[in-house]
Write a protein that binds this ligand. Sequence first.
Ligand code: NDP
Length: 332
Amino acid sequence: MKWALIGASRIAAGHMIGAFRAQPGGEVTAVLSADARRGAAYAEEHGIARSFDDLGTLLAEADCDAVYISTTNEKHHEQALAAIAAGKHVLCEKPLAMSVADAVRMVRAAKEAGVVFATNHHLRNAGAHLAIRDLVASGRLGRILSVRVSHAVNLPQALRGWRITDAAAGGGVIPDITVHDADTVRFHLDEDPVEVVAQMTASGLGQGVEDSVMSVWRMPSGVMVSTHESFTHPFAGTGIEIHGTEGAVVAREVMAQTPQGSVTLVDADGRYDVPFETHDLYERSMRLFEAAVRGEGRPSADGWDGVKSLAVALAVREAARTGAAQTIDYGV
Ligand code: NDP
């Protein structure tokens, strides 16, 4: 497949260009940047034939079947609608949009146009998370009681731009990381949270946006979920624990972009290391996306998964802002 990049971003450079090129016949043919000189330099650095500074021109002229949108968050909605109208398949970064209503519009437009639309939630592609999901689904843990997600990290220096200063661009740890945790918990439990309570703060990095949040979610089954996301924790490490009546799974350092960490099953008889695959997360995601374009299966996280993760994240922010429990509005 031939891809055009909408956004000359770090995530494209660090993970996605490689993932597109890793597919049989995979090419990246064009890049869009608002700054023509930066776009040209980006294209040269990454071996991309053409750069554009106007989306309409790119969509009309670039030789591409699909676009990957990784601009700042407030641009995703409009750019996705334009790409869909041009008949392109779309892989869009999380959060899909600044509001659930906009995200729903994107997904519906893609369905009406008959193009594949996916959300770049990488974690559900990780071997560790696939192994955890298998354990939960197999019943090995018994009845699930609770999930605890630890996703408090030290935001790398290079990322301390719009994420911590620019609310209008979609900054803040909730649109950045809580969306991923929402997707991951939904993936493991196969159900959607119904209500959340939360507290948030700026604890050293956030300027006009939150850099830390803790939330508790109610699931339809009665499972209790707690999550902690932060940009300011150099020493916390990440992880997820799922506790059931017959066993628990305790996974460390698995809320990551690379195949890493450990998964341990704990039950009445002892502790066991759970083996898992160590493929590249983004390459697997692209393999499934391209299969979906061929009419085989679905992307690992589709548009509705992106709508739902955004809805949870926005409810968490609203619960923290108001101090009141929020029922989640999935916009459908
Ligand atoms: P970047 O800050 O790297 O890029 C966002 C935009 O900022 C680009 O589109 C670019 O604008 C501009 N930009 C980038 N670098 C520079 C620079 N050196 N000087 C001036 N402008 C610059 O964002 P990220 O790659 O961190 O994130 C992009 C999107 O991807 C976000 O939606 C984010 O949430 C998501 N993301 C997802 C991840 C995942 O694993 N799924 C991981 C990381 C991010 P222009 O294109 O106009 O040149």
